[in-house]
Design a protein around this ligand. Sequence first.
Ligand code: MSP
Length: 553
Amino acid sequence: MRLNRIGVEWLQIFSNRYRLFPFTKSYCTHLQPVGKEKVYITTPIFYVNAAPHIGHLYTALLADAVARFHTLHGKEVIFSTGTDEHGLKIQTSAAKHNKSPELYCDEISAKFKTLFDRSGVSYSYFIRTTDETHTKAVENLWTTLVKKGYIYKGKYEGWYSISDEEFLSEDEVCDQKKESGEIQKVSVSSGQPVVWMSEENYMFRLTSFKAQLIKWLNTGVVYPEEKRSQVDLALRNLQDLSVSRSSSRLSWGIPVPGDSSQTIYVWLDALMNYLTVAGYPGHLQNWPPDIQIVGQDILKFHAIYWPAFLLGADLDLPKQIVCHAHWTVDGYKMSKSRGNVVDPEERMNRLTETGFRYFLLRSGTVFTNCNYNDDVAKDIINAEIVNTYLNLLSRTSSKSINKQAIFPAFDGEAFQSFFTEEERDMFNSLSDLIEICNNHYKGFLCHKVSEAIFEYLRWSNKLFNDHEPWQLCKDPINESHVRCLLHLNMETLRVCSILLQPLIPDIANQVLDRLGIREGHRLIKHCEERRQSHRDRDHLLIVQKNYIMQRIK
Ligand code: MSP
């Protein structure tokens, strides 16, 4: 049964990939010849207790933009995502919906996959923790840790948050007054209620790795650096970790090898997904991960538990853990009880896939929480994508001004004669934009990338207005002026479109199609290469009547 599902899943992954990135397109991202530099990028795997919301989508989109950026540098990207399907939280949700955990997981996992496919998340692996290969990997790691003496039988007594699937010390919980006046204990960091647990469990010798963890953390693996304090706090309170639960309470999970009265703790199970994708327990490929993207709520798990498990198994540690801030809605954390959960599918219907993707990436940051608002999203998409970016395309390709429908060659003489020094400087500084965007992408600052690119696109629209080509083209004497103006605008569009591909792959590639830029000429290195070419010739635009995207009402 399971193997069949895995087979079907692979087929689906491939068919989805071909649909999203057909072979004929240059944005066929991760299917590349061997021998290139490889980059392994991961997202966390998503809990299937409820349908995805914008926060989940943001994590996946940020990782996708980074993955696409590396592909545009000619690297081979291995990009994994998936769903986290075991644990009390899922077991309880399935029961609430009167469904078997298997069926419930299948349904919600499919929702994540559909959403990611729809929004252009170009994963190479979609792993599910209920996959048989994953179960084998977890069992193997467990046995290894036992053999090495890092797992022992003990008793856990303390607080547990089911919603976060997290053990908490006395300092990490506080009292909170409910609306009814009743006092309840909650987790300080997430605000979720906690329960008191006292159980015979298997314990992991987390404390024995403290010195090695500090050494690794001191190499600067956590980004941004400010988030390190959160990790240091958890390190100060470090205790051995309970890594199993009694099966009588938690049945939905992987049984402890050799002791089915206990089920493996869901975080040990989940974190292992990165190793399963790399082929563990067989020959490890692409190990260790280069970039692991996580939200700020799960940094502790990735910067302490995860490396400790790896150290216990003598495996190399990840090179970078990137932690991003959260999305709030109307200033509040999203929650069902508050009724402010934003459904990404519904928003994409209204704002388009590209529009919505763009808005999340250009507004979210790694540093500070960002607030979601429908009107702001609509205004930004209209102002930037439609009225600035696509407007420039439609102006430069309009029949009345660009009569031959061409992307004219660069004409140095006309450039010198008809354009001011300031205009020439701005155009020449397009080369700087490439470096600026490279640096921002490397710093996971998509909002800065978009800011820098739109400065040029706005300038280019202004240049078009200032030169009034609709007047110039009335007299043939102005032909070289108009041609040069079109070149400057289209070259700006070309470079900006190449750089925009990680943010809005679909539309950026449609613009490049229309500009007549051949597939295979859309990598970052092509931004500069063509600019320096003196053998540039006019080439034809691909003129199509339909709009790429219309203003959103
Ligand atoms: N299953 C664990 C991760 C295991 S990884 C080995 C988990 N799942 S989650 O579904 O709760 O969260 C998945 C990702 O979504 C995390 O990176 C989390 O930070 C992110 N987000 C969840 N809510 C979010 C916001 N409101 N805003 C931005 N991202 C948020 O944790």
